[in-house]
Design a protein around this ligand. Structure first.
Ligand code: NOJ
Length: 520
């Protein structure tokens, strides 16, 4: 199983421990029901205590919030619920004083349908902005083809007064940008450089493998009872994407030596070097093979997969080895699109507790790559169970519920799938204390309801408890970064073929070559 690893160049972002913040759900400093940027500033001492060195901030830009900020209507403004631009500036400065970098989300596959570019494109067909998006004429009285959006239904939305449709890989309020248009690309690069000049450390780049579409726009054989086919087949990591990604890098990231992490589902292992090799488009990418182990092909929640630990181990290590061969990795078990790891990965309910949370933590944290922690994971937060689909906010949960019914499942079965997989599991407010609204605020109704008032897993009770999950994460960070960096960060990753198929084991070994520091 062992593969030869070269000595790694020393880079600050390899040594980083990243903490992802979903701003709406972290801390509501002004008690209006929505978390905010000032809330993050207030909680910097908590993050410093944990020991992280970079925040990945999910979108905070102006947005109608159809997809909680992944639908941007102004790249240069902060959503009013979350704060103001000066709060972002202050966050960058104050975080820096704690040695914490700020990495922000870059959402450039699509905008909101409320972005002025899109409004102009729809209102004035002669406007240059028409070519900023992807419009096609209808066919036989319907959509241009049978592509299904990732959030359900046709990927095409008809314009009210024309037989023209626009393409949306995600929600209909997230029209796709036309990367074939050089003018659009230049506007995007200018925006990226504006943020970099502000002093952010870099970007997590959203849905970036979707920016190139097959230009034949042809229908494909259906893969569901709705007669549609997943748009992934024709718009994910398609040939030609390399031209866009090289240009993006050359005209933006390279100019600032920033850190970049691409959300890159659908890239085969043999192409990882293009993405994260020496000349790769990004420093790191996320790999979702292990995260999506419980669903067939990663997106339709009713296609549950009954995985085994052995299968999980093989999946995890295959991704790890692809990282080792190509460049540098990322390692994570949660994010804002995933259910809580404790509920997903620990099948035996007796261990869906602090013991299970620590086992998962130790399993993933020291693998090959930069570790990511999603807010609340460091406490061992678990999934919630909701009774009715009306209790969900997440567009994808609502779509998966109806899709399951359409595929012939009963309502209780559909609810079960959604409860297992809902993105809302990770989006409920953070538990700061066992007090009103878990200390998220001082009493205003949170934007996303808690589904129970059980806040026993909370930060206040764990901070000073040496045996808590929080303290375990703190120790792991210290071990990795202070005690054994040459082994736990830069060391060789050696998967172990353990005789017990329920055990996931690997070795990290200091590489017997001198590390070299890359020129600054
Ligand atoms: C991936 C993001 O992580 C997810 O939350 C979002 O819904 C889609 N991209 C669309 O932006």
């Amino acid at each position: 199983m062992q593969i030869q690893q070269d000595a790694q160049a020393v880079e600050w972002w390899k040594e980083a421990v990243v903490y992802q913040i979903y701003p709406k759900s972290f801390y509501d400093s002004n008690n209006d029901g929505t978390g905010d940027i000032r809330g993050i500033i207030e909680k910097l001492p908590y993050l410093h205590e944990l020991g992280i060195s970079m925040i990945w901030l999910s979108p905070f830009y102006q947005s109608p919030m159809a997809d909680n900020g992944y639908d941007i209507s102004d790249y240069f403004a902060v959503n009013a619920d979350l704060g103001e631009m000066r709060d972002i500036d202050e966050l960058i400065t104050r975080a820096k004083n704690y040695g914490i970098h700020i990495m922000i989300d870059l959402v450039v596959n699509h905008t909101s349908d409320e972005h002025p570019w899109f409004r102009e494109a729809v209102n004035n067909p002669q406007s240059p902005y028409r070519n900023y998006y992807i419009f096609k004429a209808g066919k036989n009285g319907g959509a241009p083809n049978n592509w299904r959006s990732l959030f359900g239904g046709s990927a095409w939305q008809k314009l009210p007064d024309e037989d023209n449709y626009y393409l949306h890989v995600f929600h209909q309020k997230q029209p796709d940008l036309n990367w074939e248009n050089p003018a659009l690309r230049e506007d995007i690069y200018a925006m990226v450089n504006w943020w970099l000049a502000k002093g952010i450390a870099g970007f997590r780049i959203d849905a970036i493998t979707f920016i190139k579409k097959d230009r034949d726009f042809s229908s494909c054989p259906a893969d569901g009872s709705d007669g549609l086919v997943s748009i992934k087949v024709k718009s994910r990591n398609r040939p030609g994407i390399e031209t866009f990604l090289h240009e993006l890098k050359a005209k933006t990231f390279d100019r600032f030596r920033c850190v970049t992490v691409g959300e890159a589902p659908g890239v085969p292992f043999d192409q990882y070097a293009n993405y994260i090799g020496a000349e790769g488009y990004f420093n790191m990418i996320f790999d979702f093979h292990a995260a999506d182990i419980d669903v067939e092909n990663g997106s339709e929640w009713f296609r549950r997969h009954n995985w085994t630990v052995d299968e999980f181990r093989r999946t995890l290590f295959a991704s790890q080895q692809a990282f080792v061969r190509a460049g540098w990795g990322t390692t994570f078990i949660e994010n804002h699109d995933q259910p809580r790891a404790l509920s997903k990965l620990i099948k035996d309910v007796r261990y869906q507790n602090a013991t299970g949370a620590k086992a998962l933590a130790a399993m993933y944290f020291f693998m090959f790559g930069t570790p990511f922690i999603y807010q609340g994971q460091e406490l061992g937060m678990a999934n919630f169970c909701r009774q009715d689909i009306s209790e969900f906010d997440d567009v994808s949960s609502i779509d998966n519920y109806h899709r399951s019914l359409a595929e012939g499942f009963t309502a209780p079965q559909a609810m079960h799938f959604v409860n297992q997989r809902s993105r809302d599991n990770a989006r409920t407010p953070f538990h700061w204390a066992d007090t009103l609204n878990a200390g998220f605020n001082t009493g205003a109704t949170p934007w996303l309801a808690f589904s129970s008032a059980d806040y026993t897993v909370n930060a206040a009770s764990q901070l000073n408890d040496a045996n808590s999950v929080f303290s375990f994460y703190k120790k792991m960070i210290r071990l990795r970064n202070k005690c054994w960096p040459e082994t736990l960060i830069y060391g060789e990753f050696i998967p172990l073929d353990y005789p017990d198929e329920n055990i996931i084991a690997y070795e990290k070994k200091a590489v017997p070559t001198v590390l070299f520091r890359s020129p600054t």
